[in-house]
Write a protein that binds this ligand. Structure first.
Ligand code: 3NM
Length: 205
């Protein structure tokens, strides 16, 4: 499957996002049809060190068993330990130039929130970009202000062939607007972790 297709329903999660067992949540999301997964232990209550690694191993195995790409958020060491398929970094994290040098064959994703960030982003080292926040979100405490689907439209015009996912505040109601604006996919946390019915939520995204 092409990367653009693999990014269509991109679930991001860490234990801090889950009221329920993260392993069960991932299993349900996969059987409901997510196409990629990012392990992101970040923010209040996130695991670190050994416990982060242990949960990562379980989630990694589940993804491998179902051929779902497993991407690690901003943790070089964990990418190696878990033999992840890729890594996602933000603008303040390790530079994508260095990440690409370290991992020539892995998927490299970069968050790009505005024109200023776009200008300082060497996109030649990147396989996809995460554009957002599309809408207001309470999941990420330091999220920037919402940029809306216009940001996707702009990026799509500039880069017709670049894989792009929208992120931030995307739910079953607004996901189609993000896709219509030109995104290849939607990346979501709470639309799945807080869903009363994961099967329904993933189908609607
Ligand atoms: N990154 P939810 S917004 C992890 O704008 C993350 O780069 C964002 O959570 C960005 O789907 C965000 O629950 C949180 O809104 C997404």
């Amino acid at each position: 499957m092409s990367l653009r297709k693999q990014l269509r329903k991109y679930f991001i999660m860490g234990s801090q996002n889950c009221d329920r067992d993260p392993v069960e949540t991932l299993r349900e999301a996969i059987s409901a049809g997510i196409t990629a997964f990012q392990y992101r232990e970040k923010g209040d209550g996130a695991l670190t060190g050994k416990t982060k690694l242990e949960l990562g191993k379980m989630l990694r195995e589940i993804c491998a068993a179902h051929q779902v790409p497993f991407i690690v958020n901003d943790d070089i060491e964990l990418v190696e330990q878990l033999q992840a398929d890729g890594i996602h970094v933000g603008q303040e994290d390790l530079s994508v130039r260095e990440v690409r040098q370290m991992f020539p064959d892995k998927i490299v994703g970069l968050s790009v929130s505005n024109i200023h960030e776009l200008k300082q982003s060497p996109l030649s080292f990147v396989d996809y970009i995460g554009a957002g926040p599309m809408y207001d979100t309470s999941t990420k405490s330091d999220a920037k202000s919402a940029v809306g689907v216009q940001w996707i439209q702009f990026l799509r015009m500039q880069f017709p062939d670049l894989p792009i996912v929208g992120i931030g505040g995307i739910n079953t109601q607004n996901a189609s607007l993000v896709i219509q604006a030109g995104a290849d996919g939607v990346s979501v946390i709470s639309a799945i972790t807080k869903a009363p019915n994961i099967k329904y939520a993933v189908t609607k995204l």
